[in-house]
Design a protein around this ligand. Structure first.
Ligand SMILES: Cc1cc2nc3c(=O)[nH]c(=O)nc-3n(C[C@H](O)[C@H](O)[C@H](O)COP(=O)(O)OP(=O)(O)OC[C@H]3O[C@@H](n4cnc5c(N)ncnc54)[C@H](O)[C@@H]3O)c2cc1C
Length: 474
């Protein structure tokens, strides 16, 4: 009789607990024994090497084993077992972290790639497993004419992976972060307890899990708000001679809510200088085109390009760049990204100062510095740290080096730290998907008044301190 997955898990968990190191470190013990199924607990070189890499290609921490749970119950059993063994555990969604945040040195990596089911779609919500990508979520909801109000620029990220950090996109001024659009979460705590949390049930855990860097629980399922999907998006790229004129127009269109999506960037122009661009999208249905006279009234831009795509194609536009980067190899180079938020009151000054210290080589020919204003009043996730102002500017160094140069990546990680220190001193905040080392004290400073919320949730729900060691929080 072929044992089912659950039998194997039970067998694996209980027997591996007694075999402990022999099971992990020793040679394969043959098909007839009670080692866990390969799918559930793989300690082969290939699985462990894959889990020791991420998109950042800077940090490598090799786990003892990789687990691919298919249910929340399996996540719970592995966590209980890992706690008994004193092993650290990290969830892995799509592996797009840039600094080893989904790794667990000599511990267990929980690959959530089998937890991808879309369970239910209702007019105002979707219930989805946390390992699903936003691409999968969007495809399924668009088929019903619905969409999540906030999408990241890249849809190949997992739901759990972005909810663990926040999840920002072009419509965040209107709808906050993805973590603000969560109605309910199914989680497994570090103790291996399965719970459903929401604003009305285990509310403290709900607050500690969203943007909580996976320090007290792993998300297995999320209920996310939906809106009616617009049919089309008309997208504009406006060009400016300098950062000041870009900022002025960005602030104006933000204040007047002219666009449904607003972003912008400073990009290397290939000759040692920069291009300053405002990127904005307007939603529309049928043949009712947006009134461009109103959209652009009083702006000082030189209009560069316009695209007009279905909502789904527009949301997936990053896929073109992904394809290019995969084909030229740059997807696999080190990516020492730095993501921050500047206070609106001094954003122009700080961004100008930082950009003056950078050159095109610091970003790579296809890299960019994201820079745009957003309102903060829709961002209500307690652990998402933003400067305490009505307007803040995401300011991100999206470095895409043309070559894989380890020494250069290390230099850029050090540069990230110096820039972060400058930004922090000016009242800015880190978006914790950045490539730089942070000490426990740095994190306590980062979370500031919210630190006790996270520390207490960790103490209560992951008393063994096993979850997500890659951030070095505790
Ligand atoms: C090309 C690219 C584009 C990006 N664009 C955006 C963007 O537009 N907006 C934005 O906000 N971010 C963006 N990011 C950053 C991205 O949101 C984060 O790096 C995110 O954490 C990656 O998700 P992932 O599924 O790849 O997670 P992983 O790298 O697998 O994990 C990241 C972290 O989340 C934790 N985690 C994963 N799954 C779970 C879970 N189910 N429960 C609890 N914790 C979990 C991991 O343990 C780890 O600490 C981008 C990254 C890349 C590489």
């Amino acid at each position: 009789m072929t044992p089912d997955r659950r039998t194997l898990l039970h067998a694996g968990v209980s027997v591996t607990a007694t075999l402990a190191s022999a099971s992990f470190a020793g040679p394969p013990t043959g098909a007839g024994d009670l080692r866990p199924s390969k799918v559930l607990l793989a300690d082969d070189a290939e699985s462990c090497a894959a889990a020791a890499r991420d998109f950042g290609q800077i940090i490598s921490r090799r786990p003892r084993a990789v687990c691919k749970p298919a249910t929340s119950g399996e996540v719970a059993e592995i966590l209980r077992w890992a706690r008994q063994q004193g092993l650290k555990v990290a969830a892995r969604g799509q592996g797009h972290a840039t600094y080893g945040r989904a790794m667990a040195e000599d511990g267990i990596v929980l690959d959530l790639g089998a937890l991808t089911t879309i369970h239910r779609i209702e007019p105002d919500r979707v219930v989805v497993d946390a390992g699903a990508t936003w691409h999968t979520v969007l495809d399924a909801t668009l088929a019903r004419g619905l969409a999540p109000p906030v999408l990241t620029n890249y849809l190949g990220l997992s739901v759990g992976g972005t909810l663990a950090v926040g999840g920002i996109g072009g419509s965040s001024s209107r709808h906050g972060l993805q973590s603000d659009q969560v109605l309910e979460l199914d989680i497994v705590t570090g103790e291996g307890v399965e719970l459903t949390c929401s604003p009305t049930s285990y509310a403290e855990l709900f607050d500690a899990v969203r943007a909580g860097l996976a320090q007290c629980a792993i998300i297995t399922r999320a209920t996310l708000a939906l809106m009616r999907a617009p049919e089309r998006v008309r997208r504009y790229l406006l060009s400016y001679p300098d950062l000041a004129s870009l900022s002025a127009d960005q602030r104006r269109v933000l204040a007047e809510s002219r666009f449904d999506q607003l972003q912008g960037a400073v990009v290397p122009d290939g000759t040692g200088g920069w291009r300053y661009q405002l990127e904005a999208g307007v939603f529309y249905d049928g043949s009712t085109l947006p009134d461009e006279k109103v959209l652009f009234a009083g702006l000082t831009d030189k209009r560069e390009t316009v695209s007009d795509l279905t909502f789904g194609d527009d949301a997936n536009a990053f896929a073109k760049l992904e394809k290019l980067l995969r084909s030229n190899g740059q997807w696999f180079n080190p990516h020492p990204w730095l993501l921050t938020y500047l206070p609106g009151s001094n954003a122009l000054e700080i961004a100008s100062e930082v950009i003056a210290g950078l050159n095109g080589d610091d970003l790579g020919p296809l890299g960019r510095i994201t820079y745009y204003p957003m309102f903060t009043d829709r961002c209500r996730t307690p652990l998402l740290r933003l400067p305490d102002e009505r307007i803040v500017f995401p300011f991100n160094l999206i470095r895409i080096p043309a070559v894989a140069d380890k020494a250069n990546a290390e230099r850029q990680v050090a540069q990230n730290r110096a820039i972060y220190d400058r930004i922090r001193a000016a009242g800015g905040m880190l978006y914790p998907v950045s490539a730089l080392a942070m000490s426990s004290q740095d994190w306590a400073d980062h979370f500031g008044p919210r630190w006790p919320l996270l520390r207490e949730a960790r103490r209560r729900h992951d008393p063994g301190g096993i979850l997500t060691p890659g951030y070095d929080l505790f």
